[in-house]
Design a binder for this molecule. Structure first.
Ligand code: GDP
Length: 357
């Protein structure tokens, strides 16, 4: 066994990380360049090079990953100057339609937009957030937009870390607005929440919270709730849902940002209500910049990622160690049979790990 036996935290082994779906950005050989050329390329906002460095960061080969890390370290002073917005909701709620429509509004104002996806269920062949060209057709062809599909293998922690690093690389390359899309299936929202300035939850009216897989904790994290597909015969239900969510939110304790989460209705397909959504995004950002929560949240997130990276690295080194791998399967069987307690087994393995590392 090479990874924690928890399906919600692990992802099927996938093929090589996906490249940008934007056909404007040609693929050239990664190996042909020196570190300095990569760094220079990022600084100049060269998107082909950006894609190549992200591929290094996502690589399963230690050597390539290390080069990616060194490049990231060099461009770190150029990061942090964007607005980071997380967008979540169950598959089918309209995330890609919404991102395409609202993303175009940001582009019209001269923003440079990167859309990154984190999909813990993804592999190349199955998954909810697909990296194909049928999604976000206008954005994927726009000169000032960059779309990067979810990395396809590794643990959620690993995928999220590479996504955070990708976000930083995009900032260094001059992107001013970053959307991080994640599918509403639980665990991934917490992770995304820890890398964005604003968390936006898309919902459907009449589907029921349980049906939508929306847990209370996720609503609590939201800085804005938009009920999508609010048009025609759906409109009365959407308005009712708006009231219900507003009532539910009023029972929550005040958020640390001191922001009262608004609930709006919209139709991403008909582009109705999107100006209102955008105005709410702007109001929120203004609010948290004015009361310094923006800065506070980012510094807390940096610390969170340090701990997360330690946890993730230690776990993967532990489970990836050949000696541990061998002993683990034996001890696991003993635990299954009740011959040894889970705690004693864990202690024993950790002692073994300490003695060999
Ligand atoms: P995602 O899985 O959350 O990314 O959802 P998609 O954006 O792929 O949308 C799923 C389906 O819902 C597609 O057929 C969209 O055309 C449709 N859809 C998205 N937004 C709306 C909307 O506002 N109204 C209606 N009626 N359909 C929508």
């Amino acid at each position: 066994m090479t990874k924690p036996n928890n399906k919600s935290l692990s992802i099927n082994k996938g093929s090589d990380p996906a490249d940008s779906v934007n056909p404007n950005f040609r693929r050239t050989s990664v190996r042909a360049k020196s570190k300095a050329e990569f760094v220079e390329g990022i600084k100049k906002g060269n998107r082909t090079i950006l894609s190549q460095v992200i591929t290094l960061i996502e690589s399963s080969k230690q050597e390539r990953r290390a080069l990616g890390q060194q490049i990231l370290e060099e461009v770190m002073p150029l990061t942090g100057n964007s607005v980071r917005i997380g967008i979540t909701g169950v598959p089918g709620v309209g995330k890609s339609t919404f991102i395409e429509a609202i993303g175009n509004r940001f582009l019209q104002e001269g923003e440079k937009l990167a859309v990154l996806a984190i999909d813990p269920t993804s592999s190349r062949t199955k998954g909810s957030i697909l990296g194909d060209k049928t999604r976000m057709a206008t954005l994927s062809n726009h000169q000032n937009a960059y779309i990067r599909p979810s990395p396809t293998s590794g643990t959620l922690g690993g995928v999220a870390r590479t996504s955070r690093e990708t976000m930083l690389l995009c900032e260094a390359a001059g992107f001013t607005t970053i959307f991080i899309e994640t599918v509403g299936v639980g665990q991934s929202e917490t992770t995304v929440h820890n890398m964005v300035d604003m968390f936006l939850l898309l919902m459907l009216a009449g589907a029921g919270d349980e049906l939508q897989g929306i847990k209370r904790g996720i609503m609590e994290m939201a800085d804005l709730i938009a009920i999508n597909k609010a048009e025609k015969e759906n409109l009365p239900a959407a308005k009712r849902a708006k009231k219900e969510y507003e009532n539910a939110l009023s029972l929550y304790p005040p958020a640390p940002s001191k922001w009262k989460t608004p609930v709006v209705t919209c139709s991403a397909l008909n582009e109705d209500g999107l100006d209102d959504v955008k105005a709410n995004i702007e109001d929120y950002l203004e609010h948290i910049k004015a009361n310094s929560y923006f800065k506070k949240q980012r510094s807390e997130q940096s610390a969170w990622w340090m701990h997360e990276t330690i946890r993730e690295k230690l776990t993967s080194e532990f489970y990836g160690n050949p000696d541990i791998e061998e002993k683990l399967s034996k001890i696991e069987k003993q635990v299954n049979k009740g011959e040894i307690s889970s705690f004693a087994a864990a202690e024993r393995l950790i002692e073994v790990y300490k003695s060999i590392s």
